[in-house]
Design a protein around this ligand. Structure first.
Ligand code: JB3
Length: 209
């Protein structure tokens, strides 16, 4: 059966990780990338930049019904949220993308647009909201709940029953012990170990130098 076309939004570093996962999963044919700054014709891992976001409505009318946000975010997901609502307004479906070298339990529920990178382990009972990123080699243990637009950076470890609020960024290599609750729009800085709950809007861990 012919693979369905998908258009990517963003052609930077995270796009390379997403393109690799899509190619490895063999689920979609990548139609092209729209990017706010990259020149038309630039190749990202063999996928061409075909224009900017103003092309998306035309692409949809031409029959490309799937799109995926291949921009990550470090601490601020407003761009992803803006793009997401634009895609939904146009009518795009935003699938879940899972690298075949991730380990995902069968009862896991992943919100639309969620990305699971290579080497990640998602254990039973996990739920994510929409457009979450579970990045390279991170581990999300049983019954964790991950909110909308959350970014779990590479190498993060979440023990069982952890709750992460919408739009929170958990930085590279951070560890969060079991049943901890973290609020919305927080930033857990890289390498931190979290052993206590905290609410919304907290920047947790040593300040940037
Ligand atoms: O550290 C790791 C494993 N990954 C990082 C990731 C989490 O964040 C990565 O190394 C980068 O630091 C970053 O990846 P990302 O999100 O791809 O950022 P960057 O490499 O800067 O690429 C973002 C791309 O999105 C750029 O080409 C921008 O021009 C483009 N862009 C920004 N805003 C946009 C928009 N493209 C479209 N279509 N629409 C926009 O609104």
């Amino acid at each position: 059966m012919a693979k369905e076309n998908i258009v990517l939004i963003g052609g930077g570093g995270h796009a390379k990780v997403v393109i690799d996962a899509i190619k490895a999963s063999k689920k979609f044919n990548i139609y092209g990338i729209v990017d706010a700054n990259l020149p038309k014709g630039k190749s990202v891992l063999g996928t061409k930049v075909i224009g900017k976001d103003n092309l998306l409505s035309e692409i949809f009318k031409d029959g490309i019904k799937k799109a995926f946000i291949s921009i990550a975010s470090i601490g601020n997901c407003q761009t992803r949220k803006k793009i997401y609502s634009n895609l939904k307004n146009i009518g795009f479906q935003i699938p879940v993308i899972i690298h075949p070298k991730a380990v995902v339990a069968e009862d896991v529920l992943l919100g639309q647009g969620t990305f699971i990178a290579a080497g990640s382990v998602i254990n039973p009972g996990v739920r994510t909201g929409k457009n979450a990123i579970i990045n390279t080699s991170s581990s999300v243990d049983h019954d964790c709940s991950i909110g909308d637009f959350v970014h779990i950076a590479p190498g993060v470890t979440l023990s069982g029953g952890v709750k992460i609020g919408d739009e929170t960024h958990v930085g590279t290599g951070a560890s969060i012990i079991q049943n901890i609750k973290i609020g919305k729009k927080c930033l857990v800085r890289a390498g931190q170990t979290v052993i206590g709950n905290f609410g919304d809007g907290i920047k947790y861990g040593g300040s940037k130098k």
